[in-house]
Write a protein of this length. Sequence first.
Length: 423
Amino acid sequence: MSKRLVSILGRGPETEPPHYTPCRYAGPDGRDASSQTALVQRALVDLDPSIKSIVLLGTTAVHERWITTGLALDLLGRPFEFVLLPDGSTPGERWEIFNRVARALRADQIDGLEDDDPDGIVLDVTHGFRLQPMLGLAALAFVRSDEARDGDPITPVQITYGAFEARNRETNVAPIWDLTELLIAHEWNSAFDAFLKYGRADEVHRLALDTARQHKADRPAQRSLEAFATRARRFADDLALSRITTLFKDSAEALRQAIRDPELTKWTARLPVLESPIMTLDQRLRRLRSSEVVSKDGLHAQVALIRTQFDTHQFASATVSILEGLVDLTAVALGRASDLEPSTRFSTRESRKLIEDRLNSPNAGPRPTPKLEPIARFRNQFRRIRNDILHGGRDRPKAAQDLREELRSAVNTFETLVKELLG
């Protein structure tokens, strides 16, 4: 494996060389660098032999102090590339810093420095000046997001900080802190946002599998992450495509068990910011379960499903679920739930047609059922919304914003019907 070290170099506080106070550095694993150095970059290279190339970035003043004099080359003991950065005093210069750091962080081969694309990136933010570390981290987040958007494999990354101010003054050993988990936590939190807000499992699925690959030495953790990835994708598909039976009886509970797995819980405990989204997901999943779809409990679960689909902007799926829910509600009101329950042998196309015929003519026959009247009335009104959504506005073109508000009202009406008729 070959890594590239990308580091923003500062001028250093001392006028005389070597400008930074020499010390020994201890890596995140506790192992000390073999020699004393003024540059944390040299310590990082000594501690990690897989670092094969170095890119330093700095201002004109940094170039004059470290590059022109040859001091950086003497201390590092190997060739490197230097990227000149503007001071950042204007918005244009700040964007230029962002772009140049982003280019250095892309895992594309640098001609004359590398023989191939690096397998990983180490970003060191120890000596960054003023806004440089912040722009560096922002550039790294952008590059990783851009890789994921293009469908490329995400390059493994490590973020380090040489904490000279935390050094042991007796031994003159300073720790190198690994800050990578701060970036990982941000990426996971964004992925959970997409999952909870829009029902998209792509990012949690990718991150879970990427993390699982990094845990090959810990098989229980690897298996739990892989199970979470698979179940999150299956749940998202069931939600988007209104696989109501599978959702209620399998995928929602399976995902809930995955996020409660002790091995996954042990891993997420390292990223405390995930506690809130995982709790929100757990609460949502608890409402999307029922042993019987066509039942009182099943219809309350369908209400939760429809609201979730609407809240995640899956409007066509919510429309389909309302249509099915109205037929199921009619069957329960008529005491004929078993005729439509997917798990029973009585659930047939003929049974469904009989229920729909009764809904179309709620007062027909010798025994009118008053409970059916509000269901039938709402179903007739909902046909306009259904046709507009399912036929792409060809039958009754309506402004999207107005149609969304009509659908929101329909979701509320369906929930009210279920509560009033079933309690």
